[in-house]
Ligand binder design. Structure first.
Ligand code: GLN
Length: 508
């Protein structure tokens, strides 16, 4: 097939890698094509920054490596980064006015590793301000739109990442997940995303939200593509991030084509025990979501998996615990934006206090200010024991509940979110309603466990629904294996939002 007949934006990471190796196309051609698409679909609000010259220079470097005979699954493959990873080639805003125009002198470790593998960066993607939000409606640069229905949120905070992948603006993107921000937008936009075990990917160069929870991960069209990205992104970086795990780098695609240990090729998931937490399947979850999740679970059953009911009794407590711990850490992390060192500085301050107050009041949005207030309060003398310490105790109990559950099952499955994507603006005025919608993603975050969202069909309207898979620590390769087996027998992950479906002869 010649380059002229390849539908470049319809190709995923693995496919593009193969086409680049076969020299059917070039990194430069693919990058040019996707940059043109980014411009054509700028109304989706996916990108916050492009830098064509930098992208094309990276593509030319990848083409030179390919010409020299170098090979690698990501060599020449384009992707885009959530705007919380600092980058030298693009500005980094974290979706905040506070960092408008900020240019980092270095690349985040994750960015650096993907670049070293030859991936070409297309630009920076929209997100909720400092990754605080569930709808990408808290970005200082305007909302991103769900390509399945532009009046709906794409989820958040990695909303731009999910939109870019779903609308075929990029074959893959990076995201971060503190309390669900990879899994929930992946679910809302019908893409595949994985939040690894806490510490798998370095947080160096990741604009900090809640440091004991923040974790980077890939978002792409399939588990296979996520595995290729994660293999490059993850790995120890202890000198620059003391919480980075000292686990050797892994090939996360190593189990994809294999049956579950002891299973046969005809029933590849025989022996796999999937626990279904009763608390995830209660009346709090919309029936259209449950229906789609159950249909995906039936597919897994057909592949040989056994489903069993389990309990995660402290699920409800994950919301108050998270919304104490995350704002507490955020209030501390965000104290660095003082108008003195970097970030927005108020004009003509009358004294130092005025400089602090006005710089922060002018440049932090309402949700960020709310969380700073909340976090400062729960850490203050007199409330520290009552709220913060209590929340940490609950966090420990939630982690223990998971370990009890993993005594009975190999992985846990359920919905990602209690509903499909809501209308833009529907929860903006009611922060509590948005917090409550995080109920199924927060427990794994508090425990530091890996979790995925895998497309599982459609709910009402029809909007995508994700199946959440949660594994024990360091079980990413197994999660990806199960997701891949599901994707071999289902086509939910290949569906494209109607305006972006391939039409014969069209390459735009
Ligand atoms: N919705 C959650 C919050 O607002 C999670 C965000 C995230 O994972 N970054 O904190």
């Amino acid at each position: 097939m010649s380059a002229a007949t390849l539908d470049l934006h319809q190709m995923g990471v693995a496919e593009l890698g193969a086409a680049l190796h076969a020299r059917q196309t070039s990194a430069t051609e693919v990058a040019q094509h996707l940059l043109a698409r980014a411009h054509a679909h700028s109304g989706l609000g996916a990108y916050l920054a492009l830098n064509e010259a930098a992208t094309l220079a990276q593509a030319a470097a990848a083409d030179a490596r390919l010409s020299a005979g170098e090979r690698g699954p990501l060599l020449g493959v384009p992707l885009a980064h959530k705007d919380v990873f600092v980058t030298r080639d693009f500005p980094t805003t974290a979706g905040s006015k506070m960092l408008q125009g900020y240019r980092s002198p270095f690349d985040a470790t994750v960015v650096q590793r993907l670049a070293a593998a030859g991936a070409v960066s297309l630009g920076k993607l929209n997100c909720d301000e400092f990754a605080m939000g569930s709808g990408n409606d808290q970005s200082a640069y305007g909302p991103a739109h769900n390509p399945w229905d532009r009046t709906r949120v794409p989820g958040g905070s990695s909303g731009g990442s999910a939109v870019a992948v779903a609308a075929r603006l990029a074959p893959a993107a990076t995201g971060t997940d503190t309390g669900g921000s990879i899994r929930q937008p992946a679910s809302f936009c019908g893409v595949t995303g994985i939040k690894p075990t806490y510490g798998r990917c370095s947080r160096y160069g990741l604009v900090a939200y809640a440091s004991s929870l923040d974790q980077a991960g890939p978002m792409a069209r399939s588990a296979h593509d996520c595995a290729l990205l994660l293999s490059a992104m993850a790995g120890p970086d202890v000198e620059r991030d003391s919480t980075s795990l000292e686990q050797p780098p892994e090939d996360y695609s190593r189990y994809l084509a294999q049956p579950w240990p002891g299973a046969s090729a005809s029933r590849p998931l025989q022996g796999l025990r999937i626990g279904l937490p009763r608390e995830f399947f209660g009346p709090g979850c919309a029936s259209d979501v449950l229906q789609a999740v159950r249909a995906a679970l039936s597919e897994l059953e057909r592949l040989g998996a056994t489903l069993l009911d389990i309990d995660l009794p402290r699920t409800e407590l994950a919301i108050p615990a998270y919304y104490i711990i995350a704002p507490a850490e955020a209030s501390s992390n965000l104290s660095r934006y003082d108008g003195v060192r970097y970030g927005h500085r108020a004009a003509q301050p009358s004294d130092l206090l005025d400089l602090y107050q006005r710089s922060r009041s002018e440049a932090f949005g309402p949700e960020v200010q709310r969380r700073i207030l909340l976090g400062t309060y729960v850490l203050s003398h007199g409330y520290y024991d009552a709220y913060y310490i209590k929340a940490q105790q609950i966090r420990r109990l939630i982690a223990q509940d998971f370990q009890t559950a993993f005594g009975q099952c190999d992985l846990i499955a359920g919905p990602v979110a209690p509903s499909v994507a809501w209308a833009i603006g529907a929860k903006t005025a009611d922060p509590l309603a948005a917090y409550l919608a995080d109920i199924y993603t927060l427990p794994a975050s508090l425990a530091g466990l890996p979790g995925m969202s895998v497309p599982a069909g459609f709910g009402a309207d029809p909007l995508p629904v994700g199946l959440q898979l949660i594994g024990n620590y360091l079980s990413e390769a197994r999660l990806l294996q199960v997701a891949h087996q599901l994707q071999l027998v289902s086509d939910w992950h290949t569906r494209t939002p109607p305006p972006f479906t391939p039409c014969p002869g069209s390459h735009s």
